[in-house]
Design a binder for this molecule. Structure first.
Ligand code: ADP
Ligand code: MG
Length: 472
């Protein structure tokens, strides 16, 4: 690049390029921090350093392979698009592990201080406390007492209570359910019940992200052994949102060993995920079968009655009163998740405080416009099945039945196709709603209809008609 006679100028140019790069990358990092939040920042983003930029490739260095894989799958795309947006250049992102890199001419310095800024704040001051307190904090409001049950969640709740009592509990207990349906609440409730009633039982509750964070940190401080030992000494290990370890081989491996060691010792494991073990992609077969060998307790979407009961209970806890017709209105209209339902309730209560007025159905409609619209637009698989069954004059139960005769199979495939198109559900979720069919069956159905539509005018018209009827 530079001729030998001009080393001083070359070095100066190089160092100014390096500092520009560094500055730019700091900007990128702070945008990522805003976007992904503090925990993710501290675990994954902070350790990334910009090592060089040449020939359209931004080279980033990270301290471990594990962080590299994570950054690659979670942040590389985002880094690329931020870079293009802010600095107007399309780049490729290469991520290298600094510690393993041979001392390349310009690599030395970067390699040294990649580690330092991360290690100091994250490890030194927390180190002693972290081993003592591996568990994530628990929300005191998330108790069994505050958890309202109905047909959709009573199995999961009963199983969790068994774990809390410590007798005859399914092991592992796998809590499976969609977002905002109470998985975290149940896990906190279990952990808190144990701590209150049987303090000698050692419980660790971890979000999957925290689990990985702890693991990475242990690797970095060469405490892997004591880290494992620590988990191996717990009586109850709870890991929330375990789907986050899908595709993360080294974490999975670690989890698998810890898991086996605990199960062999007769210790209790509870995990939660938004999918069942069978549906999880990017997870090793061994771990999948271990996860499924206890009880997979599904938390199903809520019913109207349950939503109403939850609202009443929340009001009681907060010592507030809302008119019954407003509660009924909320329970009827906001059905997607309990989290949204709570959000709506809180918004109304805050408004009542501010305005000093009683909330009515009219004012609620006004205040919750955005939420109501989002819930309105949400077409359900059940709606689709009903409309399609009516249209083709078959029984609704044929949507779930194993019958394969064409007169029922084809409409069923139409319903699968529309479910994929008009709802946000994943293929496994749709499969479940069609009599527990495998997601590959759903893919097959969707493709079949796509194919047929290309040549079959009548079918295409049918589908258009149905779409209009369903979306209202
Ligand atoms: P998930 O972990 O499944 O996404 P959370 O446990 O975070 O859901 O629940 C979201 C919110 O809804 C929490 O505030 C929780 O207390 C509340 N919630 C969910 N289910 C219930 C229930 N059955 N009774 C009372 N509150 C509930
Ligand atoms: Mg949760």
């Amino acid at each position: 690049m530079f001729d030998n006679g001009n080393t001083a100028a070359a070095a100066a140019a190089e160092s100014s390029a390096a500092s520009t790069l560094k500055l730019r990358f700091e900007q990128v990092k702070s945008l990522l921090q805003k976007e992904f939040g503090e925990t993710a920042y501290r675990s994954w983003i902070m350790p990334i350093e910009a090592a060089g930029l040449s020939n359209g490739a931004l080279e980033l260095s990270v301290p471990t392979r594990f962080i590299r894989d994570w950054v690659k799958s979670h942040y590389a795309d985002r880094i690329r698009s931020i870079w293009r947006q802010h600095f107007g250049a399309a780049i490729r992102v290469d991520i290298v592990v600094a510690a393993k890199k041979p001392a390349a001419p310009e690599g030395k310095e970067t390699a040294q201080h990649t580690v330092a800024p991360y290690e100091r704040p994250a490890v030194a001051n927390e180190n002693a406390a972290a081993v003592e307190n591996l568990s994530s904090p628990l929300d005191a409001r998330y108790t069994f007492q505050n958890y309202i049950t109905g047909p959709s969640n009573e199995l999961a709740c009963a199983a969790a209570k068994r774990v809390a009592d410590g007798e005859g509990a399914p092991n592992p207990l796998f809590l499976q359910g969609g977002v905002g349906l109470g998985k975290t609440h149940l896990m906190h409730a279990t952990a808190q019940a144990i701590r209150a009633r049987q303090p000698h039982r050692k419980v660790i509750y971890l979000s999957a992200e925290k689990f990985m964070y702890q693991f990475v940190r242990a690797l970095r401080t060469k405490e892997t052994m004591s880290f494992k030992e620590h988990f191996r000494n717990v009586d109850v290990l709870m890991i929330d949102d375990v789907q986050f370890i899908c595709g993360k081989e080294s974490t999975q491996e670690e989890f698998f060993h810890t898991f086996n060691a605990l199960i062999d010792q007769g210790k209790q494991i509870v995990v939660s995920a938004d999918q069942s073990p069978a549906e999880m992609d990017g997870i090793g077969e061994r771990l999948r079968s271990r996860l499924g060998m206890g009880l997979v307790a599904t938390i199903n979407p809520t019913t109207y009655e349950l939503r109403l009961a939850i609202l009443q209970s929340k009001c009681q806890l907060l010592n507030r009163i809302l008119p019954q017709d407003v509660l009924e209105f909320l329970a009827a209209k906001i059905s997607a998740s309990v989290r949204e339902l709570e959000g709506a309730l809180n918004r109304l209560l805050a408004h009542a405080d501010l305005a000093g007025r009683v909330i009515t159905v009219e004012s609620a409609t006004d205040l919750l416009q955005d939420l109501l619209r989002a819930n309105d637009r949400r077409v359900t698989v059940e709606d689709i099945q009903r409309k399609v069954a009516e249209h083709y004059n078959i029984r609704l139960s044929d949507m779930h039945s194993p019958r394969r005769a064409r007169p029922v199979a084809r409409p069923r495939q139409v319903a699968m196709y529309l479910s994929k198109q008009l709802t946000e559900h994943s293929l496994p979720e749709i499969g479940r709603k069609f009599g527990g069919r495998d997601h590959t069956t759903i893919i097959h159905g969707v493709r079949k209809i796509e194919e047929l539509c290309a040549s079959d005018r009548a079918l295409k018209d049918d589908i258009e008609t149905l779409k209009r009827a369903i979306s209202g």
